[in-house]
Design a protein around this ligand. Sequence first.
Ligand code: SP5
Ligand code: ZN
Length: 341
Amino acid sequence: MLTLYSDDHHLHHGRCELIDGELKPCFEMPSRADHVLQRVKDQALGEVRAPTDFGRAPIERIHSADYLAFFEGAWARWAKLGKDGDLLPFTWPARTLRGVLPDSLHGQLGYYSFDGGAPITAGTWRAAYSAAQVALSAQRAMADGARSAFALCRPPGHHAASDLMGGYCYLNNAAIAAQAFLDQGAARVAILDVDYHHGNGTQSIFYDRADVLFASIHGDPRFEFPFFLGYADETGAGAGEGFNLNLPLAAGSAWDAWGAALESACQRIAAYAPDALIVSLGVDTFKEDPISQFKLDSPDYLRMGERIARLGKPTLFVMEGGYAVAEIGINAVNVLEGFEG
Ligand code: SP5
Ligand code: ZN
């Protein structure tokens, strides 16, 4: 399988996040992608290729122009104020407040984010832009005939909505690739999100559309981040009614429950008959993941890949979460090896 990868992800290295009442080093760190790349090479998965730059237009198909302008320019505004620490939001337009766009940098940061988990550093825009190009380049390789491809994106993307960052995500790499398939002639694209966390950004982007089916298996938002989306009764709206499938699972879920949910998701995807499948590939479902509560073991990821392969669709894997850094490469590449059979 072809892997797309850019070293630019090293330009994004947030300092800390608030977790369990403490400021801890960011779990979403550069060594994550380094370990996955190393495993791709160790297992001789196939060619590793640098991305082509397709510019901003395909990103603007998903993200609003004002959000992109804010994100690209935020660090320079921060630096101009004489600051060099991570730029992090601390006030959001929650209930009883107004969704106005203030003038101040921090006011705007709150407007364009939904949590404090997406620090902007000097290199964050460049890293996220390159990750989007990695996804677009993998999509292009498939448009050119590849049956599958692996977009080794970092930072991840599935929590990012049209004009919101959060949950370690800035640009929604999977959504950008899905829209590229559609813009090049696909009639229907399915996104299967196997990250431990609900892909609230991806769901929101396609919620009222029938040309993208979103199916997600994740920790039940009643107990898990992102808490405010990802419930089973969210089935789509308007023309998109019936094209959103959430399969929330209890804390402690292992392969028996997870594999059964995957079977349901795959049956829905097969019935949808998509022209292409995108897998939002998070491996934070692993039993040793430091911030998650599922119990998948490394061999389970082989089975995951095998079941996805049985759909028989052109399949683009897009890297999302996974924070057990020592095992992230084994688990992510196991999915790809299971897929290849
Ligand atoms: C892409 C992705 O996987 N983003 C995940 C963002 C999760 N941020 C919130 C983490 C909260 C973890 N709380 C569990 C405490 C463990 N002791
Ligand atoms: Zn996750």
